[in-house]
Structure formats: C-alpha cells, structure tokens
Design a protein around this ligand. Sequence first.
Ligand code: NAI
Length: 712
Amino acid sequence: MASLLRFDGRVVLVTGAGGGLGRAYALAFAERGALVVVNDLGGDFTGVGKGSFAADKVVEEIRKKGGKAVANYDSVEAGEKIVKTALDAFGRIDVVVNNAGILRDHSFARISDEDWDIIHRVHLRGSFQVTRAAWDHMKKQKYGRIIMTSSASGIYGNFGQANYTAAKLGLLGLSNTLAIEGNKYNIHCNTIAPTAGSRMTQTVLPEDIVEALKPDYVAPLVLWLCHESCEENGGLFEVGAGWIGKLRWERTLGATVRQKNQPMTPEAVKANWKKICDFHNASKPHTIQESTGGILEVLSKIDSGGGVSTNHTSHTASAATSGFAGAIGHKFPPFSSTYTELETIMYALGVGASIKNPKDLKFIYEGSSDFSCLPTFGVIIGQKSIMDGGLADIPGLSVNLAKVLHGEQYLELYKPLPRAVYSYSEKELICYNQFSVFVVGSGGFGGKRTSDKAKVAVAIPNRPPDAVLTDTTSLNQAALYRLSGDWNPLHVDPNFASLAGFNKPILHGLCTFGFSARHVLQQFADNDVSRFKAIKVRFAKPVYPGQTLQTEMWKEGNRIHFQTKVQETGDIVISNAYVDLTPTSDISAKTPSESGELQSTLVFAELSRRFKDIGHQIVKEVNAVFEWHITKGGNIATKWTIDLKNDSGKVYEGPAKGSADTTIILSDEDFMEVVLGKLDPQKAFFNGRLKARGNIMLSKKLQKIFKDYAKL
Ligand code: NAI
C-alpha cells in the first residue's frame, strides 16, 4: 500500500477555518500530524460581525483528537497578524490555504461600491495579505505550499455574482504568477474551484445536496497539493463530490488577417472569423512565452512578406504553417557522415556509460579488446542532416528551435527500409532511422495525422517489470550529450529554455533513449551489441539533468518492452517502447546437449575429462581463469570457463563463477582452427577474428595448454 501522506512538523495556516471547507482542511491536516493555525473572523456569510467561537470550536475539535492547533480571529485583511500567530506558536509557516470567503450576491446593476469592495477585500486582498506575510519565510526555508480558492462561478461566470466572480478569477491570476515566482524556492501555488455543501451554498443549493456534497470530498485534494512530495505548481482544479479535474487554456490556431504594408481591417477579421474561432487542432499554451512567442513569429512572418490575405484559408496562428504542400514528402539532400572512436566514446559518455560499471569499458575505451560502438549511436549518424539545418530548410516550415519537441524515435540496425534517412558504411546499408518531431504551434497540413510508414509504439505488458535498472544523470549530462551533435540551446541555455516554457534546460530525449537502450542491452544481451536489432520509443515528458532514470523492462521472447521513469517524480518519460534483440539460445539455461552441435563443445568436454586427473598440476603452472564466448553466425552460442586457478582446476559450460582473468571471444570454426594449430591466435587477435579482454598476456599460456592437452 502507498505510504500515508503525513505533515508531521509542518505548520499549516487555514483561513476561514471556523466552518465549511476550511474546517475540513484544518481537521484533515491535524489528523496527519500538522500543526494547524485555525483562522476565522467569525462573522456571518455576508461578512457582517465577528467572534472567536467558530475558530475556538475547531481548535477544540482538533485537540480532542490529539492534534495540535491554535486559533486566530483576525480578518484575512490583517495577514501579518495571522502569520505571526503561526510563528509565535510553532516557529515557522509551511502551508497557507487561502479559504476565507463571503458573499454579497446582487445582479450587476445593483452592486454597490461597498458590496464590490468588501468582496475584493476579503477574497483577493485578503489572500494577498496572508500570502505576502508568509512569502519571505517560505523563500528563506526554500519550501512552501499555497492554495488559492477560486470558484466555478469565477471560471464560467454566474448570474448575480459579478463582484464575487471578478475577485475569484483574480485569485487565479495571482496564483499563476506566484507559481512562477515561487518555483525556484520550491514554493508551489495551486488554485481550486470547489463545490461543497456549506452555509455559503445553503442559499443556492437544495438541502439534501448540501448534505451530500461534503467538504471532506474536497479536503484530500488540498492535502495532496500541499504535500512536500507534490510537484504540481500553477494548476487549476475543479473538485467536488469526490471528483477532481484539471483545467487549462486552449487557443485556436487562429488566422493572420494582415499583410505587410496593408492596413488591417475589421472586414478581414470578419472574413476570418470562423477560422479565428475554430478549435480544431487547437494549441494549449501554458506559459506567456508560448503565447507571445507565437505572436512574435506572426510579426516576423508578416514582415518577411508572409501573412495571409483576408480570403486565404490556411491556418497561421504561429505563422509557421503556410505553404505546407512543399513540406510533405520533402526529401533531405544526401549527406555523408564519418566518425571515429572519439565520437562513439563521446556518445557513450553522453548516454551514461561509465567506468563505475566495468562492463561499460568496451564502450569508452578504444583499447578494450571488444571495443564496441553503442547501437543507438545510429541516431547520431542519422540526425546529422536534421541538425545541420535540414529541418530549417523544409519548404513551408519556419522552425523555431524552442518549439521543436522530439515525439518518437525508431532505429533499426542493418535493415534497409525505403524512403528515410539512410546511413551507409562505404556502400553497405547500416541503419534506418525514423524521427517524429512536433513543432509546437505548427500544424494545419491537412490530410491524415499519421503515416503508414510510421513505426508504431507498443504498450507495455500488464504485469510488474521483469527487471529494473537505474542510473543517475549528471548535472552536465545534457552539456556532454550535445557534443554528439544536437546543438539545440534548449538543452544548455537557461534563457532559451525559459523562452521555450521550461524552468531550466532539459535533457535531450535521445539522451534518455541512449540510457534506456544501454539498460536493455546490459540486462538482456550482456552488452553484446551484435544482438541489438531495433528500438522504438515515445518521448512522454522532459527530463532534467541530475534526475535519476529508471528503466522498467519486460522480456517477451526476443522483444524487450520497456518504459523509463524519472525516479524522483515517478513521471514516465519514455513510454510504449521496445528493443528487438536478435534471437540467441539462452546460454545460461542451456544444457550441454543443446550446444552439442558446436565442434568446440567436444574440445571443452575432452579438456574437462583430462583435467580431472592432471588439473592440480596445470593450476600451479597457469593460475588463471579463462572465459570463452563461442560464437556461431555472429551470435554468442555458448560460454565456457576453463578455471585453472581454483582447487584442482575445472572446465565447465557457462560464464566464470567468480571473475575471469581473460575472456576470449571467437567463432566455433576459428576455435577449432586454433586448437588444430591452423590459426595463430595472436594473428587472429590482430585481424579481429579473435577478441579478448582482461589480461591478454595470459592467453599465451593457453596456447601451451591446447598444445599439450587438447590434441584430439
Ligand atoms: P463558509 O462560509 O462555510 O466558510 C467561510 C469561512 O470564512 C467562514 O467560517 C467565515 O467566518 C470565514 N471568513 C469570512 N470572512 C473572513 C475574513 N475576513 N477573515 C477570516 N475569515 C473569514 O463557506 P465555504 O463554502 O466553506 O467556502 C470556503 C471558500 O470556498 C470560500 O472562499 C468560498 O468562496 C469558496 N467556494 C466555496 C464553494 C462551495 O461550494 N462551498 C464554491 C466555490 C467557492
């Protein structure tokens, strides 16, 4: 079961907590260990009168249940005093729930100045005063959680509530800005629009509904949003009766109704009205940068002679979307790509291969006997044409790098597929890449939204993962990864990242992709790159450098399904992904008879028999453990260990039980050639037919063993 969300040691201030929703919050926080300040002015629901009874009663209720609480009877307009109560009683302030409220409902024409002002003073100014008094304390302690209480009336409007709705939506504006200003101090501010039975709703809702809509059905959302583990910030939620929904803004693609050096006319607006109001393919801007970014693009587009006449019909909200015909089916010009070990090592480091994992050495040290290029380096070869300006050259697309999001990626090694970016080694086809990219704010291509050529992401199995590997990315991960060729400043420049709507630079999706692929390769293919066939991923959320990546894997035959999470937040960042491995017999599970068709098996069996008698003698001479990877058709078919170090020496099938001093990889055929003396192992090593790692010098001793003991 998930652990209880506790608030031990946290000081929570709830305004208007003498009844209704506020009381429910205060009781719920106290029950989970919080130290609670119960504020309530104690007047009636129109804001007339005051008294200590309401707050005292709730404090008493909390104390009776063993909780800790103090009362405060000030109006929220005196925010400083209320926060002082918290500091005096408990020494700090962690959570502020701005909840106090009153009503002065009248149809618009009958709202007096006083009715207008008092509603604004209690709701908007009161929330401002209390929050401002707490703000500096929260900033100093680098922690705070704030709730603003809006209302569905504010969001949608409601007859007879002009004063109230104006103030309530004002609270959302306040919250939106506090969310931005507080974020770097770990101060989160969210807004709720509750529906609950209380004395406030008694006048508008039938009695039985008032009874049924318990404040207790709202409180759990407030508690979650105020918990230290909740990352939500700047959200708006409608909540009631046990249901919770999140709201956001939506914007049509709109239409540009002006052309360079032409007057903009109301007729042009009228002519485009349908399009301006058409929510088909609407965007969902969630920052002012996203919003104004689009507007600035319109300016530059019009300035460069773009823009759309009044009777033109294409969508141009972001101005990046006219003249698409040329973009569809556009072919990148051919390009050539070369690389050396330097690039492959830099890539391996960029995706987290590390000295701390000895099995990674083959990817980061060119002197390793089995030095290999990570299979996912294939995307680096393919992306060259896109990164070197190719994307910007697509006709009809004006691409703002801040708007480019990587949607999905498919990579297949050694499999030719038509109509895509191909990479050749000399004349040989080596990999096929498929990049799916979103250019935020663009669109309006018309036609189908998908392509039959697109490789489809596949859902993960419905069971706990078979294996999970984690790796913490470093703060420099994106700075390191970009050296492999993705120079988008989004990944390194804080100003650029903020323009794109992120708090700080984000990690490249393909970097996370590289981490995950490494995990799969390590877990299910013993880092044998020759087994890596294809990979498909969907990028679901951004990752920030420094976060920990957790790859959850499921084995289904030769397909390894996986998804990748950020351990700190639980967010899925790569979803519906898989790696296809080339089939091989399961070495560890294999019985000797299964590998019986290998010629080497006979030799090892014979060695094993002979060592039984004379093993102790050779152990003294050799004192080393040799692990053999015998390949067939390019895949590892079996592993054998010749242990001439421990006890009286042993030969057995499978990897070394302790650690091997030398590992030798060669084909079954070459093994036989070596044993029969037809192939000089040293020459085989230099021309790549035999690979070895570990202490290679020891292999000299092996030659002697074969010579003396393996004669068939
Ligand atoms: P309520 O009337 O039961 O609770 C409001 C509390 O605030 C009262 O105990 C009152 O004494 C206190 N209060 C009023 N003025 C104050 C001031 N100047 N300083 C300190 N305390 C003061 O009402 P309810 O329903 O619990 O409302 C709580 C909040 O939720 C309000 O902000 C309200 O506008 C909002 N809301 C409630 C909805 C509902 O369905 N109950 C719907 C939408 C919003």
